[in-house]
Design a protein around this ligand. Structure first.
Ligand code: FAD
Length: 380
């Protein structure tokens, strides 16, 4: 028998939807509150490593996602100008052989849509235009109430804060946060392959250059190429996936790079700009009947491609404990399992900032050694 019967999830991002689905599949009644008035995700790619894939498989999503995936052949690190390979390691074969699960690239919108469909089929009630204002945790009644900015209320036995990097649930639980700007910004975009006049290698490729790097990989069976271009900068930008960037500025920043890169960027008609911030471990992830998951409690830099993967793992682990243990034990066990692992990945991602950047025109032996390890290891 389930230990909680009704849960409210704040935020219908990848982490929140996975938690809602995992709980609904166990017979828990789930209400989701999403601030957006329309469901959807920004156009960008996600690398889904075997650890995240195994959760998606356990949630029964493999067959719906498979036609939408792209399987990269190699993990590659190339010189920004000459295209010389510093590293070319088999990725598809290695993932299957070591982890018995694939390494996939997915369009965020595709993964999001498959999750929304599965949640709807499992009976999750999704409220749109429902921005959380605050919550009232009432220990006497044993219930918690999510209060929306428009005055709507949703009562449940537990509130899950899956409301991302600028989480209101985290702020109410732990107070305002002070992120540290890492001196880097990231542009990202998705280009239809039909707009390209040259062939891009079917790899998860990092192009390493002076003070910059660019990651490129295919999405949706090879229909699109995704790029994330990182540049060292001193000026602060907004930390939002939806902040428009200037394509011309992006093209200028990567001018003179290898034709595969310059062709890719010259085909970009729009781009988004993201400011990269480092964060420290939170003192705790739960209080009373409120608990956090995903970017709300461990936002991380993209240098291990593990932010969404950790949110997906959190969701599954939280649902596992909630359906087996009473509160607050379930929350304690969830935090005990997840916090050390997510914090380790968060710190490793931070330590990788700058690893792909040349200084003095070269990558340096120490960086190359570290890169070879990073590209061969993903969390199990
Ligand atoms: P989000 O996806 O941010 O979802 C939060 C949701 O909550 C949103 O729908 C939002 O609208 C909603 N919300 C917010 N506030 C409220 C409110 N008050 N009331 C109601 N709703 C609210 N990760 C990977 O695993 N692989 C990758 O390859 C990868 N690449 C990346 C590349 C870049 C450049 C960056 C910056 C990140 C990358 N990540 C990657 C990280 C990944 O995108 C995030 O970690 C992941 O999306 C977090 O999911 P989430 O569900 O916790 O939060």
């Amino acid at each position: 028998m389930n230990q909680v019967s009704r849960v409210v999830v704040v935020g219908a991002g990848i982490g929140g939807l996975c938690a809602a689905l995992a709980l609904a599949k166990q017979g828990v009644q789930v209400v989701m509150c999403e601030q957006a008035t329309r469901l959807g995700e920004v156009g960008a790619g996600l690398q889904i490593s075997p650890n995240a894939f195994k959760v998606l498989r356990a949630l029964g999503l493999e067959s719906a996602l498979q036609p939408l995936a792209f399987v990269p052949q190699n993990a590659a690190i190339r010189d920004y100008k000459t295209g010389e390979y510093y590293l070319k390691a088999p990725l598809a074969d290695q993932a299957e052989a070591r982890y018995r699960a694939p390494y996939w690239h997915l369009h965020r919108a595709d993964l999001h849509q498959v999750l929304v469909d599965a949640c709807s089929a499992a009976g999750v009630d999704i409220w749109l235009g429902a921005a959380l204002s605050h919550y009232n945790d009432d220990p006497l009644s044993g219930r918690i109430c999510a209060v929306m900015e428009d005055g709507r209320e949703c009562w449940a036995e537990l509130l899950i804060g899956a409301d991302g990097i600028r989480s209101s649930v985290r702020e109410q639980m732990l107070g305002p946060e002070q992120p540290t700007f890492m001196g880097q910004v990231a542009w990202r975009g998705v280009i239809p392959v039909s707009d390209l006049s040259i062939h891009v290698q079917p790899d998860a490729c990092v192009w390493a250059g002076p003070g910059r790097h660019l990651v490129s990989y295919y999405l949706r069976g090879g229909e699109y190429v995704n790029f994330v271009a990182v540049e060292e900068r001193q000026d602060w930008r907004s930390e939002s996936w939806r902040e428009e960037g200037d394509v011309k500025e992006l093209q200028r920043a990567f001018a003179g790079w290898h034709p595969e890169v310059s062709e890719l960027l010259s085909a970009a008609s729009s781009t988004f700009l993201w400011s990269l911030n480092g964060r420290d471990e939170l003192p705790r992830w739960h209080q009373g009947r409120a608990v956090l998951l995903g970017d709300a409690c461990h936002p991380m830099l993209p240098f291990m491609a593990q932010g969404a993967a950790m949110a997906i793992e959190d969701a599954y682990a939280l649902a596992h404990y909630l359906t087996r243990f009473a509160l607050p034990d379930a929350l304690r066990q969830y935090e005990q399992l997840r916090k050390p692992r997510a914090t380790k990945i968060q710190n490793m991602s931070k330590a990788n900032a700058g690893l792909y950047h040349m200084h003095g025109g070269v990558l340096g032996k120490a960086k190359l050694r570290a890169l070879k390890t990073v590209s061969r290891v993903f969390p199990q």
